[in-house]
Design a protein around this ligand. Sequence first.
Ligand code: BGC
Length: 280
Amino acid sequence: MGASPTTNTVRNQHEPGNAGPATHIKARTEKPADYPERFSVTDNAVNWNIPYPEYAPPRYESPRMLERSPDPADIHGLTRTMQSYEQRGLQLDGATDEPLNPRGRTGMSGRGQLWLWGPNHAADFLLTRFNTDTQQLEALLILRNNGQWAVPGGMVDAGESPAMTAMRELKEETNIPFSTSSKTWELYRGYVDDPRNTDNAWMETVVLHEHLGNVSPSDGNAPSAGSDARKAEWKPISQELIQGLYASHPSFVRAGLEALTEAPGTDPQARQAAATVLSL
Ligand code: BGC
């Protein structure tokens, strides 16, 4: 297990980049409204090693991204080193020198809405609790602008560690101040199957998780939405809720439930509730 690069209280449950989707689906089939239609990429044509001479994805770079990005429009002007959580290192397009998405073709070239060439780093904070009033396992979630519930999180700012970003975003989006502790786990570090991804720019994230234990909601502060969140709420965790979450967040919440079933300190009621949701 790698030592945590964030704080020494956050432990890794997985080797970086090992968990997560083997391929991507949302990055081939979903897109923000301003993107043109993606070139269709079937399951057997995703891998860059499979020759696909007819592959002709549209190129899209949003005007807002081009205005605000710290990266040059031409990859040859890039002076920083691109850092990926994926273990295999970055593959470059032999013809253009642009970085290639580590999970394969997306049907879209350019950077889309993403500010950086290659990996764009985010951090997310999954907080769970067992609600003793309702006897349900809950997660603190936000409603994103696109109408999907998500784990609170956002982009890592220059000079921030992922743990700092996760704490800042949790506070900004839910108004719940929270710091990592010896009970905080790093659930995931790697690629995110995000609808904004392109062949040359993609999301990667670090997901932290802490379970608050048995809580009666009347004990604590209620969340309230801030920043770009439309709502912030403790939501009962069900399969239906998990399936509708943004990007790779379904797998983050599932990983959180698995951690609850495995961790020796989990209260029996929470362990049972987590196991029940996972079994459905
Ligand atoms: C979101 C994160 C998410 C990441 C990758 C960011 O914009 O704020 O919650 O994990 O994108 O999808």
